[in-house]
Design a protein around this ligand. Sequence first.
Ligand SMILES: [Zn+2]
Length: 251
Amino acid sequence: MSKCNSCKEEHKLENTGCNNSGNYNSGNYNSGYYNSGNYNSGYYNSGYRNSGNYNSGDYNSGYYNSGYRNSGNYNSGNYNSGNYNSGYYNSGYYNSGYYNSGNYNSGYYNSGNYNSGNDNSGWFNTNEPKMRLFNKDSEYTYSEFSKKFSFVYPELKITDWVSYKDLPKDEQTTDTKNMDGKLKTLTYKEAWAEYWARASDSDKKWFQNLPNFTPEIFESITGIKVNEEVSLSGKKVKVEVDGKTFTATID
Ligand SMILES: [Zn+2]
């Protein structure tokens, strides 16, 4: 063993690269094994900073990726959690398009399969479907809808961290004190009720102005009865008595 010309150290653990804590690396700063790239905690990577193995790309936690930042395997694209994608941000398999949770898509945002169009949940579509809202087709595709409507994204507290001091007394235990709180889980409808109680009037109106809005369907999904909130107090109505029309005010 002789000292390295570059790092002036003697390379140990069969490394020909410098500053490795892992073994058999020709690259540098690897804690994993057999890497020709640098800063890998995985094995056999020629790329950088992979925790997965056999990657030629960088920052992958999956295997055999030539792309970047994949948690899936065999991707040449980037940011995929699925496998065998050449596109980006796919959680499905074998997509050349982007943002697909389905498989074999060349288009974008498909949850179905084999689509070259976008936003399809079905198979082998080349175009974009009309959005279904409230169990009926609407007149808009998602692309048209997203141009016409602004969006409200309710912050549903399906899970919510409650700090120790805000917990009810019977939940202030040694455990919750040690963790300085507790993660609470609400049911889907409980979370909607909590959100609806603090939502602005304009946000509540946004839901009710959606195409095809149907109170019964909204209630069956969210548990929210929108009509209960409508008070007729103070409203003027026309009433007909003995053939004459009067205006009355509801108290
Ligand atoms: Zn060295």
